[in-house]
Design a protein around this ligand. Structure first.
Ligand SMILES: Nc1ncnc2c1ncn2[C@@H]1O[C@H](COP(=O)(O)OP(=O)(O)OP(=O)(O)O)[C@@H](O)[C@H]1O
Ligand SMILES: [Mg+2]
Length: 251
């Protein structure tokens, strides 16, 4: 499969703290790539760099053969990269359908008639199960509904690549399964997916390829089953193993 996005030697520090350190990532078109790592590993920062919200100190991002350079987030969105946020950000005072309509009108290039735009919004709301809530204000939605709205809003821009940042966080098991099925369906429709997730069942169940960040460095990548059990990854999650006999009561 061709490479849809390549991030090369990306580094970014915040006030001396290396959030991302010389990270290179290649996403294959049509695949679901998972990105895991402990809190503060730099996962969201990498998404922010890819989508143009944060400029890297070093490194380049190339999407569909075009270097993104200093393009603004709206330009990058129109080129075909869309994302959801870890903390969802709907326009709370607007009705649900208008939140999605904004994506249709402003997140892509070209003219669209209002009739077609409305039709697309209804299809998207149907897809995420929010058709009945179309006229409700976004502020009236519960957590799971807001997550679905966030997905519909991201899809409204017609992405070729969709970045999902902890989209199942806060959901119960059956809600999580429903979102996983939606993600599979989005991929079946031809969208490449890059997914940050802490819930291992979700990452392992969805990813074709898995990347692991730790302290801003890419410490492992490859087939999910292999990566998740590799010693470096286990250590990153569980901390340094003490040598045998080193355990003693604190105190
Ligand atoms: N805009 C910013 N200004 C200053 N520091 C930042 C900024 N964004 C991120 N950081 C810091 O960079 C590091 C990486 O943060 P990031 O949000 O990318 O981690 P993460 O892997 O997404 O973590 P989590 O799993 O908790 O969401 C953290 O130490 C964070 O405090
Ligand atoms: Mg994050």
């Amino acid at each position: 499969m061709p490479i849809i996005l390549e991030a090369s030697s990306i580094s970014k520090s915040f006030r001396g703290l290396m959030a991302i350190s010389d990270v290179s990532v290649r996403l294959e078109e049509g695949q679901i790539t998972g990105l895991i790592g402990p809190n503060g590993a730099g996962k969201t920062t990498l998404f922010n760099i890819i989508t143009g919200g944060i400029a890297p100190d070093r490194g380049t991002v190339t999407f569909l053969g075009k270097e993104l350079g200093k393009l603004t987030p709206d330009r990058i969105c129109r080129l075909g990269i869309s994302r959801t946020y870890q903390l969802v950000r709907p326009f709370l005072s607007l009705p649900v359908y208008r939140n999605v309509l904004i994506g249709v009108y402003f997140g892509r290039d070209g003219y669209i008639s209002s009739a077609k735009a409305e039709r697309e919004v209804d299809e998207l709301l149907e897809f995420v199960g929010l058709r009945d809530k179309r006229a409700a204000r976004a502020s009236e939605l519960n957590t799971v509904e807001r997550k679905h709205l966030e997905i519909a809003r991201a899809l409204a821009t017609l992405p070729r690549l969709l970045l999902l940042d902890e989209v199942v966080a806060g959901l119960n098991p059956s809600e999580t399964s429903a979102v996983m099925e939606s993600i599979r369906e989005i991929r079946r429709r031809g969208v490449t997916i890059f997914l940050i997730e802490h819930v291992m069942k979700v990452v392992m169940g969805l990813s074709d390829h898995l990347l692991v960040l730790h302290h801003g460095e890419l410490i492992a990548e490859g087939k999910p089953e292999k990566v998740a059990t590799s010693p470096a990854v286990v250590e990153a999650y569980l901390g340094h193993r003490r040598p045998a006999g080193a355990y003693h009561a604190e105190g």
